[in-house]
Design a protein around this ligand. Structure first.
Ligand SMILES: [Mn+2]
Length: 452
């Protein structure tokens, strides 16, 4: 039903007795946020200014996530990451226009749908409170239609109609294009059929570069995510015992995440014992743990949209066997050696070579062969709004990067897989270990497990 007045008429017939209260509910009921801690509007505005500085001209269009119903927040909505990064707005189906030359910005929000809000919760619409809350001077409805000003009906264009008016003025259209089937591709293609002269520019690399350098605010949220994950490790370490199932340990981790206000796990928790500790991304977590196993626990809380990623390897019995301890010390030695070189200028690729050489020149497998062949994954990745955040392993590191360092040795024949993973902020003169408080040495791990 396109006509909003017809829609309202039917809605009124069916729902009026139940929904009138929704219209003017206090703001506290209408934020509809999935996070408990966010940055102030000025933080997002700073990011938009930086993007406008980099792009320089035309019109930048960012489209938030949503579905055709208008509010797909049946508990599964999560805002598109770049849209969140530049707006802090979680409302589904919002759209952002930026005009670098004019330093102008328009935020489009979907109109409120009261019958639907009965199910999905009261929302914020086009109202003065929204301007203050999100820090935008110009907020308009995504769908357009009509408004009444001075007792006269005036047409309001939809966001796409506003966009067409700029394309007619030959503005270059800047979009974040990734993959080949994204919404942005479809949008660009459909506009090109109407306006063959349209110039489309992909700003993905600009955006990724901005996102790589973490601001103070981002570091604050990342540290909260790390702190919560460290807490989870401490608590689950005390719960590990022969005879328990892996999922019981997973449950402790995810309980601690939610207990501390995290949105949940940033990725499926890996709780892998015995042979499965040698499976890099084992997430079934259904095995019963036995005396003599190692347990590899790779987990990360997501807090305020920011991810964390920390791995520890525990002896199920509470005590490493001599062989497990020998291999553990090699992985730890590799991590410590890498840290001697961690500073701006070096790349993740170069750091991995250092870790590989350390592992390959220490210890041996059961056949006397070097262990390098058992270090089967990358050493490090960027972390931020995504667990595997934007940034290339060949790029020289810069101050403001947040990365993991996670060497590992996985020997299926011995049913031993060991990974140690911490998160680091690269600084001008080296690094800060964001997960320093979580024990890494084998003696400390055993001690932690005894604190029951
Ligand atoms: Mn990782």
């Amino acid at each position: 039903m396109k006509n909003p007045f017809l829609r309202l008429f039917f809605a009124t017939l069916i729902f009026l007795p139940n929904i009138a209260y929704l219209q003017d509910l206090p703001l506290e009921y209408r934020v509809g946020s999935y996070i408990i801690d966010r940055s102030p509007p000025e933080e997002y505005r700073k990011r938009r200014m930086k993007l406008m500085d980099k792009v320089g001209d035309g019109i930048i269009v960012l489209v938030g996530r949503g579905d055709a119903r208008g509010h797909n927040d049946g508990g599964t909505h999560s805002q598109e990451i770049n849209f969140f990064y530049f707006t802090g707005v979680e409302i589904p189906n919002a759209v952002l226009f930026l005009f670098p030359e004019e330093r102008n910005e328009i935020l489009f929000l979907p109109e409120r749908n009261l019958p639907l809000e009965r199910w999905t919760g009261p929302k914020i619409g086009i109202e003065p409170a929204a301007k203050e809350l999100f820090g935008f001077k110009d907020i308009r409805p995504t769908h357009g239609g009509e408004i009444i000003i001075d007792a006269r009906r005036r047409p309001v264009p939809s966001w796409k109609e506003v966009l067409r008016s700029y394309i007619d003025k030959e503005y270059t259209l800047h979009l974040i294009l990734q993959g080949n089937e994204s919404y942005e591709h479809t949008l660009a293609n459909s506009l090109r059929t109407e306006a063959p002269w349209l110039k489309v520019n992909n700003i993905r690399d600009y955006v990724n570069d901005l996102r790589r350098t973490k601001s103070k605010e981002e570091l604050r949220l990342l540290q909260r995510a790390v702190d919560i994950t460290m807490d989870a490790h401490r608590q689950l370490a005390r719960a590990i015992r022969p005879g328990k199932h892996e999922f019981e340990i997973e449950a402790v981790a995810e309980y601690v995440f939610r207990k501390n206000g995290a949105e949940g796990p940033a990725f499926p928790s890996i709780v892998a014992s015995g042979f499965f500790s040698t499976v890099l991304h084992y997430t079934r977590n259904t095995r019963q743990m036995k005396d003599g196993d190692v347990l590899k626990v790779d987990i990360g809380a997501k807090f305020g949209f920011y991810c964390s990623d920390l791995t520890r390897t525990y002896p199920v019995s509470g005590r490493f066997t001599p062989r497990q301890r020998e291999l553990y010390e090699i992985v730890l030695g590799a991590q410590n050696t890498v840290l001697e070189y961690l500073r701006p200028g070096i790349s993740i690729f170069e750091l991995r070579k250092i870790a590989f050489n350390f592992i390959n020149s220490h210890g041996a497998d059961l056949h006397g062969n070097p262990l390098g062949q058992y270090f089967v994954h990358g050493l490090s990745h960027f972390v931020g709004l995504q667990v595997h955040d934007v940034g290339s392993e060949y790029a020289p590191l810069r101050a403001g990067d947040v990365i993991t360092i996670e060497p590992g040795i996985y020997i299926p024949e011995e049913k031993i897989g060991i990974r140690i993973e911490d998160m680091f902020l690269v600084t001008e003169d080296g690094f800060i270990n964001m997960s320093e408080e979580l024990p890494r040495k084998p003696d400390e791990i055993e001690k932690l497990m005894r604190q029951r």
